[in-house]
Design a protein around this ligand. Structure first.
Ligand code: ADP
Ligand code: MG
Length: 289
């Protein structure tokens, strides 16, 4: 059985905040980019339409999560909180549950079905895999228990007095094409969305697209088709196309989320695994103002 300790040193993309590249690039592009077409009044109107569709549930639960983070003097959400926010907006995320001891972890994994992933949940750990806080591909109760202990050990080495909320057990999403959906607040234009493929595409090639939120379905479709790596999404050399509509759907829902909650300063869905049918967010990060 292979346990993979997710390691950002090997996967540098993971350390990059997808949204961190937005601000500089968006300002560079703004003058010439005809697609940044929303005026403030258009945005207000469009946002109003979006808001009317919001479910009462999401209107209540999401601010509660933000409030709790603030009460705990955090300006960022923990992964389970960020994923709950995403889920409230219909953005597909892995199944997950926070547990507090090894037995709970094993029980939860059995119920979730293998393979699973374990991750640290701590306000003192932002880049989890940098400190051995993510262990992938666990296939039995024993492996889960061992991984649970290993993560705690790793975190203690990193920061002896790290506050530990629990361990996140989540389904392991099958490997696939990884994309990134990001959002940030541009000082001049407000919330803006970013899309790109994961790994070297975003980090080295900066092959990403942007739109000022809120976006229309057509904007979202254009965002996907205009990245240089689009042929990879469409399938090449006999590879099937990934589910472009699923990406478009995530972009639209993310747009709605950041427009409904202007206190979101940055959002990173990094990575989102995209399949022939459907997509799944495996890590989510939200920073509040
Ligand atoms: P970090 O806080 O270091 O960004 P992540 O939660 O993104 O930690 O995990 C690191 C990497 O492990 C991810 O980029 C992804 O490749 C992989 N990974 C994490 N969670 C899952 C999952 N549920 N299913 C499949 N792969 C995952
Ligand atoms: Mg990540």
């Amino acid at each position: 059985m292979k346990h993979e300790c997710a390691n950002s040193n090997e996967k540098n993309d993971d350390n990059i905040s997808a949204s961190s590249v937005i601000t500089s690039s968006i300002l560079k592009r703004t003058e010439k980019c005809s697609r940044l077409k929303y005026t403030k009044s258009q945005r207000d109107k469009s946002s109003a339409n979006f808001c009317n569709e919001g479910s009462l549930n999401s209107l209540r639960k999401v601010p509660q999560i933000f409030k709790k983070a603030r009460q705990e003097k955090r300006n960022y959400l923990l992964e389970p909180e960020a994923k709950t926010v995403c889920r409230e907006y219909g953005i597909p995320v892995t199944k997950f549950e926070v547990v507090k001891n090894v037995d709970e972890a094993a029980k939860c994994a059995e119920e979730m079905s293998y393979p699973v992933v374990l991750k640290i949940v701590s306000p003192d750990v932002v880049h989890k895999s940098d400190v051995g806080g993510v262990i992938l591909n666990l296939n039995s109760a024993q492996e889960v228990k061992d991984a649970y202990k290993k993560i705690l050990e790793n975190i203690k080495k990193h920061k002896a007095n790290a506050k530990i909320i629990g361990i996140l057990v989540q389904e392991m999403a099958p490997q696939s094409t990884e994309v990134i959906v990001g959002a940030t607040k541009d000082p001049q234009f407000g919330p803006a969305l970013m899309f790109g493929l994961g790994g070297i595409f975003v980090e080295v090639l900066k092959d990403v697209t942007f739109r000022i939120a809120p976006i229309t379905r057509q904007d979202a479709q254009e965002m996907v088709t205009e990245v240089k790596a689009y042929p990879i999404l469409k399938g090449y050399r006999g590879q099937p196309s990934v589910d472009i509509d699923a990406i478009v759907d995530i972009l639209l829902k993310t747009s709605k989320l950041v427009m409904d909650h202007l206190e979101i300063k940055e959002l990173d869905l990094n990575p989102v695994m995209v399949y022939e049918k459907g997509a799944k967010t495996v890590d989510a990060r939200i920073i509040l103002e």
